[in-house]
Ligand binder design. Structure first.
Ligand SMILES: [Zn+2]
Length: 585
């Protein structure tokens, strides 16, 4: 079964045909780190993660560019950037007018510090935009790893897989100089506030991805961009590559000789980072070889103008007819059937949900369970159901592990029952074949879910099977795809075989076999996942302990309130211990 995927460019479901099916290159437009990412952002990132995991799976067969089937497993080089400069508040405009988002974030942090919402020991200077970006970047990585985003995990060993725009300014400047030399870009404005614009009339396919035409954009541009900016451009849809501005908070040497310092536009960073990181040999090789990348993803809102602009400037730079062979755009997420809204309390971040004690795996499942091209509807009830479902799947895994365990004597009768139950499920339908067929058809997961549910129900519904003291825990490390495949092919015992199959499935879903979040015991308190110990908190807790000992409850309560303002919820638990949890905002 050849894997076919909807391509936003062709508007068709078609085989994903990479240049080298053994090494697929994949670029995802990552977060702008001026705030915590919300569940809508993560729905898109997780859909890309799911796609990447599926392409890596031994169960996925690709068709090479010359039509030859290629069986997995294979390598996916997945790069996801971190935007820490050049992103304006008015991003629906190609030339990105408005205030720099990093400047807006600095102001928000300043306000948060004043109101006590931000921990006093956050150690971040809101006046330093680089520090603001680093602060939110670290939080994003924490959230992404909790939700099982593979690229964030890999970036521990190879940070270049999650490149920061500010580390690639030189590459952007090189691309911009080339575009100027080739006549695809031009300069405008007066000294001190000059700009480099990309000329869209130079890109004959501009608008193909989003279905826009230059005439439509020309007609619709009036009033969206300020007159001065609009007048210096040759075409209303021309977009900013570089702005000379020595007063900007983040600035670098300009790509044009004799210009003052300035900053890049938003779109150019992805061209520089994708080609540098995914094409062996980097930017020069990309130009020499007219390179294309295989797969590119981003949120639905990235299609226009961001991806349209990326395509125009990338193709002008490489001389290739395409920037990416395949474009992948998951739909928006709704909450309780409506757009997420802060005022209605339906604006959630994974960070808040995890702080409420929700299993990150349940958040992940809830965000991937709906087909990526349907508008998913997130609800707290759905989240609960997902958590329950994962519990059942883990119960299945525990049983399989128990039954596969060597020397498990007392379970002989149980073992037979499990085997019968699994055989029953597998023989009643071609469930595994159906699941692979469905996921190979534009990444449909429902048959895969149904198969695991049926297995889990067969085991759960069997009263003879009660997992008690023998095996409460399941592996927290997933089995590598190749090992799982080998085990699946070589094992004769049905429980071991099914366990290997479950690993193959969960390497795609990423919800069953996961490292459990750990608590930290400092001796003074037990910090639950998400709450980080610090000297200040520790000394407050010691003071609170002493206050309680001397029955000074007013003081003890005051310290509790102070900790709450710093983002820590304190609870006294059995054995005279104190438990510290992150306090939801
Ligand atoms: Zn991008």
């Amino acid at each position: 079964m050849i894997f076919r995927l909807y391509n936003t460019m062709s508007k068709q479901i078609e085989p994903l045909s990479p240049a080298d099916p053994g090494r697929v290159t994949f670029y995802t437009c990552g977060p702008t780190v001026y705030d915590d990412a919300h569940i809508g952002n993560f729905r898109s990132f997780l859909a890309a993660d799911l796609l990447r995991r599926w392409i890596e799976s031994p169960l996925c067969t690709l068709e090479s560019a010359d039509g030859v089937p290629h069986a997995g497993p294979r390598r996916v080089v997945h790069v996801m950037n971190i935007t820490d400069v050049g992103h304006m508040t008015d991003d629906d405009q190609a030339d990105g007018g408005g205030q720099d988002k990093m400047v807006a974030a600095a102001q928000r942090l300043l306000d948060a510090k004043k109101s006590g919402k931000l921990p006093a020991d956050a150690g971040i200077d809101p006046h330093d935009p680089f520090a603001v970006a680093a602060f939110y970047r670290d939080r994003f990585l924490e959230d992404a790893r909790a939700l099982g985003l593979k690229v964030a995990e890999e970036a521990r060993d190879d940070p270049s897989l999650m490149p920061r725009a500010t580390d690639h300014i030189a590459g952007m400047a090189r691309v911009i100089r080339r575009l100027l030399d080739d006549g695809a870009a031009y300069t405008a404005g007066s000294p001190g506030s000059r700009a480099v614009y990309f000329s869209v009339e130079h890109a004959d396919r501009y608008g193909k991805l989003s279905g826009n035409t230059l005439d439509k954009i020309r007609g619709g541009a009036g009033g969206r961009v300020d007159d001065a900016t609009q007048q210096e451009k040759r075409h209303p849809a021309d977009f900013l590559l570089w702005k000379e501005d020595r007063t900007h908070t983040m600035r670098w040497p300009s790509p044009v000789d004799d210009w003052d310092e300035g900053y890049p536009g938003w779109h150019i960073e992805c061209t520089a980072m994708a080609l540098d990181r995914l094409v062996p040999g980097g930017l020069d090789a990309a130009r020499d070889r007219h390179a294309q990348i295989d797969l590119h993803s981003g949120g639905e809102d990235n299609i226009f103008p961001h991806h349209e602009c990326e395509i125009a400037q990338s193709c002008a730079f490489t001389g290739a007819p395409r920037f990416a062979r395949h474009w992948f755009h998951p739909r928006f997420l709704m909450v309780d059937g409506k757009k997420m809204s802060k005022s209605k309390g339906t604006f959630h971040t994974p960070r808040d949900l995890i702080a409420k004690g929700i299993d990150p795996a349940a958040i992940r499942l809830e965000l991937i369970k709906t087909h990526y091209r349907a508008n998913a509807d997130f609800s707290m009830q759905g989240l609960k159901d997902s958590a329950k479902r994962i519990e059942q799947w883990r119960y299945l895994a525990r049983n399989l592990m128990l039954q596969a365990k060597e020397g498990f004597v007392e379970g002989e009768a149980d073992q037979r029952l499990v085997i019968l139950a699994i055989q029953d499920v597998l023989s009643k339908s071609n469930s595994s074949k159906n699941a692979i067929t469905a996921i190979s058809d534009d990444l449909k997961l429902s048959s895969l879910f149904a198969m695991v549910d049926t297995l889990a129900n067969a085991v759960r519904g069997n009263p003879a099977l009660i997992v008690s003291s023998v095996a409460h825990t399941i592996p927290t490390e997933p089995m590598d795809n190749s090992d799982a495949l080998e085990s699946f092919n070589s094992q004769e015992q049905l429980p071991s075989k099914t366990m290997a199959a479950l690993h193959l499935i969960d390497n795609i879903l990423g919800v069953i076999f996961r490292p459990l979040p750990k608590s930290q015991d400092t001796g003074i308190a037990v910090y639950l996942p998400g709450a980080t110990p610090s000297d200040e908190v520790e000394s407050l807790l010691t003071e609170r302990h002493d206050a309680r000992k001397s029955k000074d409850f007013a003081r003890s309560d005051a310290i509790r309130d102070q900790l709450a303002a710093m983002g820590y919820a304190v609870k006294d638990v059995a054995g005279g211990k104190v438990e510290v949890a992150p306090k939801p905002n």
